[in-house]
Write a protein that binds this ligand. Sequence first.
Ligand SMILES: CC(C)(COP(=O)(O)OP(=O)(O)OC[C@H]1O[C@@H](n2cnc3c(N)ncnc32)[C@H](O)[C@@H]1OP(=O)(O)O)[C@@H](O)C(=O)NCCC(=O)NCCS
Length: 180
Amino acid sequence: METRIFGDKKIIIRKLTPSDVNQPEKFQKFVNSLIAEDAMILMNTKKTKKDELEWLKRRLKEVKQRKAVYLIAENNKEIVGTCNILLERERSNHIGGLGIAVKQGFRGIGLGKYLMENSIKMAKADLRPTPKIIELGVYEGNLPAIALYKKMGFKPVAKIPNSVQYKGKLIVKIIMQLEI
Ligand SMILES: CC(C)(COP(=O)(O)OP(=O)(O)OC[C@H]1O[C@@H](n2cnc3c(N)ncnc32)[C@H](O)[C@@H]1OP(=O)(O)O)[C@@H](O)C(=O)NCCC(=O)NCCS
């Protein structure tokens, strides 16, 4: 766990821990804030406390099995960012799938980049087998995310048409990869 300043905000960066099952509300609030803003993420239905508890238990099991790493950013005990890398299975277990989100009001101050860099470091150290490629899917038009990923060295490798429903349209998902 470490405390860092981003912009004028004091942020604690920490790993997901088993005691997080005692505070599903924190995670619920974070994910529902992204859903309420219609962020360009997969989820678009509000989550209940029970949904979050089940989700947390699944994530903790993956972390324990060394199949996932999970970093959390908090400001005043509120979750303001998360980044996770989850290993794929069997013939694809050289690939870690990355997901990231930063809360509105905490963007553009370097937090997303920091979470990504450190999640990738953690993935190399903790995941078994050690991933060789980090992969993510980003929706066409998500310019801040695409700019961040390019800055991190990710390359677009595929485009999947009609992959995602967003604001009443079917949009393209771009697959990006980074060799690590
Ligand atoms: C994408 C996201 C994670 C970026 O996080 P962030 O903390 O704002 O990013 P950072 O402040 O670390 O920015 C890092 C780099 O990304 C790029 N970037 C970030 N915001 C940008 C914006 N609004 N426009 C253009 N580039 C941007 C810049 O290259 C920036 O580097 P710079 O500040 O040196 O120019 C954040 O916008 C977010 O959570 N969005 C909603 C959820 C989402 O879209 N998740 C990704 C799904 S694939």
